[in-house]
Design a protein around this ligand. Structure first.
Ligand code: DCP
Length: 161
C-alpha cells in the first residue's frame, strides 16, 4: 500500500534527460540535460491500482455496472471534469504556478478518476496496460525518430522522407 503524501508526490529531483528516459539509446549531451524534472512516486504500480479498484468494486457488488462501455463513458466524463478545471483560464504554464492548492488537489482528484477508470477499462478489455504501453512507445519511436523530427510537432504522415 502506498505511504506517499502530497510533498512526496510533488517532489522534483535533479535528473538528466537521458537516453534511458527517451529509450532511443542516444548518449545524453549537456544540451539535453533538463535541470529540474518532476518525477512520480514509484508506488502504486498500475497493477496495484488495478487490484485496489477491483477490491473497491467487489466490496460494493459494482461489477454488474462496470462493463467496458460504462467504464469508457465514466472515463470520458472524468476527462470532461479535468477540462472544466482548465476552462477559461487561457494558457497555463507548466507546474501551474498561478493555481491555488485547492485547484491543484481538485486536478489531482480528477486525473486520478481518469486513471482509475482507464486501468479498469483496460482490465475488463484484457489489455495488459503496462506491457501495451511499452509496445506502443516502441512504435512511437519508430514513427518519430528523434533525428528526423527534432523540434517539430508535425504528424508522422506529414514527413515526406
Ligand atoms: N459506479 C462507480 C462510482 C464511482 N467510482 C469511483 C471511481 C472514481 O474514482 C470515482 C468517481 O466517483 P463519482 O462518480 O462520484 O465522481 P467524482 O468523484 O468526480 O465526483 P463529482 O462528479 O461530484 O466531481 O469513484 C466507481 O468506481 N464506480
Amino acid at each position: 500500500m502506498m505511504t506517499t503524501n502530497g510533498k512526496d508526490a510533488c517532489r522534483v529531483k535533479e535528473e538528466a534527460h537521458t537516453a534511458a528516459v527517451n529509450g532511443d539509446g542516444a548518449e545524453a549531451s549537456p544540451q539535453s540535460k533538463r535541470p529540474q524534472r518532476f518525477t512520480f512516486s514509484s508506488e502504486p504500480s498500475i497493477e496495484d491500482i488495478r487490484r485496489m479498484q477491483a477490491d473497491f468494486t467487489d466490496e460494493r457488488d459494482w461489477n454488474q455496472f462496470h462493463q467496458p462501455r460504462n467504464l469508457l463513458l465514466a472515463m470520458v466524463g472524468e476527462v470532461g471534469e479535468v477540462a472544466e478545471l482548465f476552462q477559461w483560464k487561457g494558457e497555463v504554464a507548466e507546474g501551474l504556478p498561478d493555481w491555488t492548492e485547492t485547484e491543484r488537489e481538485q486536478l489531482a482528484h480528477e486525473l486520478s478518476d481518469v486513471l482509475i477508470y482507464l486501468v479498469e477499462l483496460a482490465e475488463k478489455c484484457r489489455v495488459d496496460l503496462p506491457q501495451a504501453v511499452l509496445r506502443k512507445m516502441a512504435l512511437n519511436r519508430l514513427k518519430y525518430p528523434a533525428s528526423k523530427v527534432q523540434g517539430s510537432a508535425k504528424k508522422y504522415t506529414e514527413y515526406k522522407d
